[in-house]
Each structure stands twice: as C-alpha cells, then as structure tokens.
Design a protein around this ligand. Structure first.
Ligand code: HEC
Length: 162
C-alpha cells in the first residue's frame, strides 16, 4: 500500500513536471507585438507583398530605426540583440541573403533577393513549427507587414556592416 502510494506520487510528480515544462515552453514562444508606430512607413494594406517594397526605394533613415526598434522588441531575444551576435540560440539572420549579395549579375541578384524576401515573409508569418514543436512563433496578425519589411532592411543593413 505504502509502495503503491509512493509509486503513484512519483508518477503524478513527473506528470506535473512535464506539464510545467510544456506550459513554460509555450509561454516563452508566444509572439508579442512590438510597441513601434509604423505610421511613418508607406502603408501596404492587408495582402502581403511577395518582395520587400521598401528596399532601394525608400528612405533608409526612416525604415532602419523603426526596423531596429521592432527587431529588438520582437526578435532579439532569440536571434541576438541588433542582429549582431552568433551566440543566440536561433540562426544568425545576417546570413539570410548572403548568397544573393555575392551575385554580380543585376537581374540574377534581383531574382535571388525576391526569392529570399518570399522566404523571409513566409517564415515570419508562419513561424517555424517542426514536428509539432514551436521553434519560432508565427507573427501573422501580430506583426504588421510594414514592420516586418523594415526589420528585414535593418537585418540586411547589419549584415553589410560585418
Ligand atoms: C522564440 C524564439 C524566436 C523568436 C522570438 C523569433 N525567432 Fe526567428 N527563428 C527562431 C528559431 C529557433 C529559428 C530556426 C528554426 C529552425 O529552422 O529550426 C528561427 C528562424 C528564423 C528565420 C529563418 C532563418 C533561416 O536561416 O532559414 C527567419 C527569417 C526568422 N527566424 C525571422 C525572425 C524574425 C524577423 C523575428 C521577429 C519578428 C523572429 N524570427 C523571432 C526563433 C525565434
């Protein structure tokens, strides 16, 4: 009797511990909207663009500080402060378009960047859920696309500084 009680107690404790881990992990992976006013960026509406509409044709001095602020509030805790460290648990985002940057042919480079933009937007919107485990939360409906594209410009700017 005593033995059975001991056994059940241990199983209950293990279950509680497991639940604790599960809820702890879920809490850590919830996407929280950055408190950054995107009003200074040209409005893009609800439908997501296939490529970054701000790249090359929008005043960097407006997009970069907003992108930096939004990045540091929303992404830095996993990808590293100011996208400037390899020590973070998640991938160094400065490597994202590294292969595009090496291409010299202008048309090919544009295609490469466009492809990369589509992947960036898809990843941000859907997050990264691998075999049921949320490695990165989804930002759809939480992060306005204006801020997502500004974040990408900020990351690319950081990549160029290396
Ligand atoms: C809870 C931690 C976490 C947060 C917060 C987070 N990410 Fe991630 N992200 C990850 C992890 C982990 C991966 C790698 C997932 C995998 O492929 O296994 C990743 C992958 C990515 C990738 C794909 C990288 C590649 O090389 O393929 C992009 C793009 C990305 N994140 C962008 C962002 C942006 C932008 C933000 C902020 C809006 C953000 N992430 C917030 C954890 C996070």
């Amino acid at each position: 009797m005593l033995f059975r009680g001991f056994f059940c107690g241990r199983r209950a404790a293990a279950l509680l511990l497991g639940l604790g881990f599960a809820t702890g992990a879920l809490r850590a992976e919830v996407a929280q909207a950055p408190q950054v006013d995107a009003a200074a960026l040209p409005s893009l509406g609800k439908a997501w663009q296939a490529a970054n509409p701000y790249r090359g044709q929008f005043a960097a001095e407006t997009a970069l500080p907003l992108g930096q602020a939004a990045y540091n509030q929303a992404c830095a805790r996993c990808h590293g402060a100011d996208a400037s460290t390899n020590a973070a648990p998640a991938p160094d985002l400065r490597n994202l378009n590294r292969s595009c940057r090496r291409i010299e042919d202008a048309d090919l480079k544009a295609w490469c960047l466009r492809d990369n933009d589509t992947y960036f937007a898809k990843t941000v919107r859907q997050g990264k859920v691998i075999v049921g485990v949320t490695h990165m939360p989804a930002w759809e409906g939480i992060l306005p696309q204006e801020l997502a594209w500004a974040i990408q410009l900020f990351i690319e700017n950081q990549a160029q500084k290396r």
